[in-house]
Design a binder for this molecule. Sequence first.
Ligand SMILES: NC(=O)C1=CN([C@@H]2O[C@H](COP(=O)(O)OP(=O)(O)OC[C@H]3O[C@@H](n4cnc5c(N)ncnc54)[C@H](OP(=O)(O)O)[C@@H]3O)[C@@H](O)[C@H]2O)C=CC1
Ligand SMILES: Nc1nc(=O)c2c([nH]1)NC[C@@H]1CN(c3ccc(C(=O)N[C@@H](CCC(=O)O)C(=O)O)cc3)C=[N+]21
Ligand SMILES: [Mg+2]
Length: 282
Amino acid sequence: MDGKKLAQEVKAELKQRVEELWTSKQIVPRLAVILVGEDPASQVYVRNKRRAAEKIGIKTVDNLLPATVSEADLLDLIYEYNEDPNIHGILVQLPLPAHIDEAKVTHAILPSKDVDGFHPVNMGHLFMNMPHSLPCTPRGIMELLAAYGISPAGKEVVIVGRSNIVGRPMVALMLNADATVTVAHSKTKDLRAVTKRADILVVATGRPEMITGADIKPGAVVIDVGVNRLADGHLVGDVQRQTVEGVASYLTPVPGGVGPMTIAMLMKQTVEFAEKSGQDGY
Ligand SMILES: NC(=O)C1=CN([C@@H]2O[C@H](COP(=O)(O)OP(=O)(O)OC[C@H]3O[C@@H](n4cnc5c(N)ncnc54)[C@H](OP(=O)(O)O)[C@@H]3O)[C@@H](O)[C@H]2O)C=CC1
Ligand SMILES: Nc1nc(=O)c2c([nH]1)NC[C@@H]1CN(c3ccc(C(=O)N[C@@H](CCC(=O)O)C(=O)O)cc3)C=[N+]21
Ligand SMILES: [Mg+2]
């Protein structure tokens, strides 16, 4: 499944919507990105986001804060963006340094500007199938499946991983799409027995190539969320491509699968918020 190609198509459509927003309302979508510390992987994401935004016509306001920044100063920056009517989306790159409370920061972002969909209000709405903001990675996966004509309705969907960023919101989106959902994690007994049931398997563990061909039902659709940088600089997923390829009907590559879709969905959410600005919010 070619996430890179689909992401290009999504971004081309967004570019048109951004032009229309300017013509009709003289609004430029603006996204504030906050990165704390100098984690090299995070810097790559921030750079990719900035590049995608530039192409579409979204303005990004990048804040690269030192790892030593205080929680109070970080919160103050968020409050400023909450108040600023020209900022439509706020994203704080996770994980944060240990001295900063991630929950406190996530909860400080105004739900109406929460492009990641991580605020408990947005997460709650999502689980009740009344979403305001959709987490980018799971949403990108749903759009990939749709583009390939794969409907989760009535299917056995197994999600490996239960993080707030990927696994949990993925559960909600799959349930909202009428799948029968099973969630596996590090305490799951006999993981293979569980993954082998899946018609659609979503893997988000951060364990390089942990899922192999022996873990898959023949013909399954396999979505690899993992992005693991090996010591030799090589990028691999959580799924072992060589052994899974021959067993699965579809597999998302790493790189070029879920990653580019995540960025495209971040752009989409920002444009949607800009389009809604001035309307009844929260
Ligand atoms: N492509 C993209 O857009 C994105 C990619 N990623 C990538 O996806 C991966 C996962 O990210 P994230 O969800 O943030 O990771 P977390 O570390 O937050 O969560 C990992 C989850 O996997 C579970 N897990 C870990 N080891 C095993 C195991 N051996 N068997 C079964 N379950 C296991 C954990 O279980 P437990 O809860 O019990 O600890 C946990 O729920 C990473 O590689 C990350 O880089 C993440 C976000 C976006
Ligand atoms: N608040 C927050 N929101 C996030 O969405 C978020 C986050 N924090 N912290 C980190 C994870 C990870 N993540 C990725 C996004 C894009 C790629 C991506 O574009 N990957 C490319 C290649 C990247 C490369 O070459 O390194 C690909 O898979 O083809 C990867 C990973 C978003 N995350
Ligand atoms: Mg922390």
